[in-house]
Design a protein. Structure first.
Length: 295
């Protein structure tokens, strides 16, 4: 469990780094950044799987598809769900929709917990229930402030639970499934890159892109690998609750980029940060219990 918590927090940190990183990729637009991310992430994930000897997960999945062609429909579903989320994550900051997407990430752990309870019958510990109560306070205040949900909010809050449930249903909740999802996204990624606004003149005016674009693939690959590994190591509910770490870090990135938290927003962020601290406390308590048992 402790390994899963560390892996999940690492994934959230890397996603926050990538959120800031997109501001360095001018003049690329959101679609082109998404395309480059997919084209560069897949080779990195492939090398990682070869190095860790996880490649049999891919060959085994392909063998399953040959035996049962209906599995391909499931893979198309998970690939589409993942592609939309990855695109939205890069598109929103460049089109003034960060607030709507952030609210979706605030709601996401609650929808993950609800999914874990309803679909898998998982139970929450007392500290997890306390974290949910704190988070609901912050999310409720945010909902009160805006009055309704935008489509971006609903897409994040509802899309990710559906994605993970479908992956478990198809038994593709591993790195081989991630590799297959990205493989199926390659045609769309290639289209966005070819149709993008980046030109030879842009590269001449921004020579740093020669290094920044490849590094985007490395960061993206590490983030996705950690995210998938955490989804396997943790219970569905705890994995959902730890998703609160990411929006908190995204707020830190926004502050770093010059944005400010208004007086009417503190009742949104403070309860959510408190929920994260409660989860950290539970992780520390779990580690102490493990050490006592080993002694």
């Amino acid at each position: 469990m402790s390994k899963g918590i560390i892996t999940s927090v690492t994934a959230s940190f890397l996603f926050a780094v990538m959120y800031y990183y997109t501001s360095l990729l001018t003049p690329l637009d959101g679609e082109e950044v998404f395309g480059w991310r997919m084209l560069l992430t897949l080779p990195c994930v492939t090398l990682f799987m070869l190095f860790t000897r996880d490649w049999p997960l891919v060959t085994g999945l392909l063998a399953r598809v040959r035996r049962n062609q209906l599995l391909l429909l499931g893979l198309l579903g998970t690939s589409s769900l993942m592609g939309v989320q990855l695109w939205l994550f890069l598109w929103a900051p460049l089109h003034g929709r960060s607030l709507e997407v952030s609210l979706g990430y605030f709601l996401l752990p609650l929808t993950m917990v609800l999914t874990g309870r309803l679909v898998y019958g998982e139970r929450l510990s007392r500290l997890q229930k306390l974290a949910v109560a704190c988070a609901m306070t912050g999310v409720g205040h945010e909902l009160y402030q805006h009055g309704s949900f935008a489509w971006e909010t609903l897409l994040v809050a509802g899309g990710y639970p559906l994605y993970f449930v479908l992956r478990r249903k198809c038994a593709t909740d591993h790195l081989g499934g991630l590799w297959a999802d990205m493989c199926l996204l390659l045609p769309a990624a290639l289209y966005f890159v070819i149709q993008g606004p980046l030109s030879a003149r842009d590269l001449a005016e921004h020579p740093g892109l020669y290094g920044l674009i490849p590094l985007l693939g490395v960061i993206s690959a590490l983030a996705l690998i950690c995210y998938v590994l955490a989804s396997r190591l943790l219970a569905f509910s705890l994995f959902g609750l730890l998703s609160y770490v990411e929006p908190v870090l995204l707020v830190a990135v926004a502050l770093l980029l010059g944005e400010t938290i208004g007086p009417d927003q503190w009742l949104t962020y403070l309860p959510i940060w408190l929920a994260v601290l409660v989860l950290i406390a539970e992780g520390v308590r779990h580690l102490l219990r493990q050490r006592r048992r080993s002694v």
